[in-house]
Design a protein around this ligand. Structure first.
Ligand SMILES: *[C@@H]1O[C@H](CO)[C@@H](O)[C@H](O)[C@H]1NC(C)=O
Ligand SMILES: *[C@@H]1O[C@H](CO)[C@@H](O)[C@H](O)[C@H]1NC(C)=O
Ligand SMILES: *[C@@H]1O[C@H](CO)[C@@H](O)[C@H](O)[C@H]1NC(C)=O
Ligand SMILES: *[C@@H]1O[C@H](CO)[C@@H](O)[C@H](O)[C@H]1NC(C)=O
Length: 652
């Protein structure tokens, strides 16, 4: 359930899972009391909201103010836990728990996170006799006959009544067998002492009362609790040094003997022998006990922060240090002391981005690991394409670039969006990865002149990589293009043969005369992503001239026409285009060659849907003889329609 309670050996722990901070109400026979500072700490209650703000813990001392204590053995706790629901209504859950006390040491001192508490039993200093006196004192008289005696740093003693002490934040109570003194850490009588180089806060105080001319002194000295620093962090370990001998808890006239030293993490007891099994160190060395907790040890918490879009992480762990020892006076009178220190060790916020990029030649591995539980990965963008949102993932498009010499560089810009819950703060992590792959050569293209065309052989060196695209002009070489333009393509696993017949689209012509001409065809190798031309293979072949109409890239149309089939033979030099001034440029006995630009010689552009047709005519001037009403000619009728498609000019 949302609220859980558990008896520990010296406290009751209530844990409430909720983003809302609950209100705790302690109940005793006289009513209920809301636990707030400073009352809560002075009364032996510690309320901690965990760093992830998802739960709140209440730790109540067995000697806390509102706990029903039966003979220091049975402790009954009653609480109301009040939580505000999302609708703003307070819901109350009642808790009533009975815990059984441990075997108490004669003197116990605990340094809680926000208070110190010392309890001492009657046997502490004067044995059974004292016990009787003490009981009488507590039960029959007012506390006015009691006094607290503070020992100042200079040896000076200050006495004050219990009422006075209470106004300063001290609470003195008694149970069946014990006197309890508690104070929050702001105590004006606390003094800082250096014990083996460790600063500790100490309150030397005794309860004093008089009876039958006898002064009874109960030593309740509390040696306490570290300053608000949170331990030392050396980059890998959180360190905490604790003095081995708890001066002045330890009377110098007594013989000190240690019985147990250990720490508790997450409810688990660890001593010097088995702390390493949890990766922790606990070593008694000289005057100190050295405690070391590795970064991100089990049982700790990880809290994430975003500071100026810098991801930071804090690691902390709550430890309970326990030392049981005995002091023997005069070789016979022995008292047991239990000293406990609760402390949260924490690193400062550290820049610890949970990213790591591992490059290798096949794939990029980007590890996004070790994400604390208060962080969710919401989005991933690679090269401006969202590849993950929520739990959907997508194909990743890498960017590559051919650097020449068989080297291809792959790269990716990545953007991760991580959100820290519950405050829903987003953190954007940008990273750029790149890797060079060698021995990746573009396809090799070889060409060869054929009788009626050009043959290209394309050898794909690395068939798996589609980094390059073979193309004719702007068009990629596809089966559709091949079919449309009348090329012939043979394809097997690593070799393609492309046969391009002369006059098909894509040729350029030059040096045309009546006998032969050159045709040039070019294949381009483009970067298939940027479409930038990386290489080209151009082949120029000599072909035999025949009747043809071709145009060259600069907009020049060349027409070669033969007149062998006409009877009587046409006089070639009488041929002209629509513009009669445009006459053959070359002539032999059977053929004429015209050369003209598309915007000359009366050429008419005919604009179609997606092309322009240029039209002209080769016309034979007939010698016209007047014969009555008829015009007679001995010359042949000769007329050729020329049609030239605009495609011709695209290559220019
Ligand atoms: C409850 O009130 C009565 C009367 O004031 C008092 O004697 C008693 O000690 C109180 N009980 C507790 C647990 O404080
Ligand atoms: C470590 O030893 C203590 C006894 O000193 C024992 O109570 C505890 O369970 C042990 N812990 C582990 C994790 O072994
Ligand atoms: C965030 O960055 C700005 C500009 O660089 C700086 O002025 C500001 O102090 C930074 N804030 C924190 C919390 O670091
Ligand atoms: C050639 O064949 C391969 C495998 O048979 C195929 O993957 C490739 O697309 C083909 N090339 C062309 C231009 O069609």
């Amino acid at each position: 359930s949302q609220v859980q309670s558990k008896c520990e050996d010296r406290s009751l722990v209530i844990q409430v899972e909720s983003m809302e901070v609950p209100q705790f109400e302690a109940i005793d026979e006289n009513g209920s009391q809301i636990l707030k500072e400073p009352l809560a700490a002075r009364c032996g209650y510690t309320i901690i909201s965990n760093k992830m703000a998802t739960s709140t813990t209440l730790r109540a001392s067995f000697f806390s103010c509102y706990t029903h204590n039966q003979n220091d053995v049975k402790f009954t706790f009653r609480f109301n836990v009040r939580l505000r629901t999302s609708k703003g209504i307070w819901e109350t859950q009642s808790i009533s728990t009975l815990c059984f006390g441990p075997k108490w040491a004669h003197r116990e001192v605990v340094c809680e996170e926000d208070y110190m508490e010392a309890t001492v039993s009657d046997l502490d200093s004067t044995g059974l006799m004292l016990y009787v006196l003490f009981l009488i004192q507590v039960q029959s008289s007012t506390k006015a006959t009691w006094q607290l005696m503070f020992l100042q740093g200079d040896g000076h003693k200050t006495f004050m009544s219990i009422q006075e002490a209470e106004s300063l934040g001290y609470i003195v109570t008694s149970s069946a067998h014990r006197v309890v003194l508690r104070t929050d850490q702001r105590s004006p009588h606390a003094k800082v002492m250096m014990v083996h180089g460790v600063p500790v806060e100490v309150i030397q105080v005794s309860v004093v009362f008089r009876r039958l001319q006898m002064v009874v002194l109960l030593d309740l000295t509390m040696r306490v609790c570290w300053f608000s620093d949170s331990g030392e962090f050396n980059g890998a370990w959180l360190l905490w040094d604790v003095p081995w001998v708890m001066l002045p808890l330890v009377d110098e006239s007594a013989v000190f003997e240690s019985q147990y030293v250990g720490i508790r993490v997450d409810g688990e007891f660890l001593d010097q022998n088995n702390a390493t099994s949890k990766g922790l160190r606990l070593v008694h060395s000289g005057d100190l006990v050295l405690i070391a907790v590795p970064f991100r040890a089990e049982g700790g918490y990880r809290k994430s922060w975003v500071v100026n879009n810098t991801y930071k992480e804090e690691f902390g762990i709550s430890l309970l240090y326990e030392h049981d020892f005995s002091l023997t006076y005069d070789g016979s009178r022995r008292i047991n002391i239990k000293h406990r220190l609760l402390r949260v060790l924490a690193t400062p916020p550290l820049c610890h981005p949970p990213f790591k990029t591992l490059d290798n030649d096949v794939a990029f591995h980007i590890l996004l690991g070790n994400i604390p539980s208060d962080v969710v990965l919401e989005e991933v963008w690679i090269n401006k394409k969202q590849v993950m949102s929520g739990h959907n993932s997508n194909t990743i498009v890498l960017v590559f670039q051919y650097l020449g010499g068989g080297v291809v560089q792959y790269s990716a810009h990545l953007k991760f969006t991580l959100t820290i819950i519950p405050q829903r703060e987003s953190y954007y992590h940008h990273t750029f990865v790149s890797s060079r792959v060698t021995n990746t050569f573009p396809p090799q293209i070889m060409a060869q002149c054929l009788h009626q065309g050009i043959c290209f052989t394309i050898v794909q060196a690395s068939p798996s990589l589609s980094l390059w695209e073979v193309g004719v002009d702007h068009e990629p070489l596809t089966f559709e293009l091949v079919a449309q333009r009348g090329y012939k393509l043979h394809n097997d696993s690593h070799r393609m043969t492309l046969e391009v017949p002369i006059y098909s689209i894509g040729y350029r012509y030059d040096d045309i005369n009546l006998f032969n001409f050159y045709g040039t065809f070019e294949l381009l190798l483009r970067d298939s992503r940027t479409l930038q031309v990386q290489a080209s293979t151009s082949k120029r072949c000599l072909f035999k001239t025949e009747d043809m109409t071709v145009c060259s890239s600069d907009g020049t149309i060349t027409v070669i026409t033969g007149t062998k089939s006409t009877r009587p033979t046409v006089q070639l030099k009488k041929l002209h285009l629509l513009d009669p001034d445009c006459r053959p440029k070359q002539l032999d006995e059977s053929r004429a060659l015209f050369e003209f630009r598309v915007n000359t010689c009366g050429t008419r552009p005919m604009v179609g849907e997606s092309y322009v047709v240029y039209e002209n005519e080769v016309i034979h001037d007939r010698q016209l003889i007047t014969d009555g009403p008829n015009l007679i000619s001995r010359d042949s009728q000769f007329n050729i329609n020329l049609q030239t498609f605009s495609d011709c000019f695209l290559s220019g």
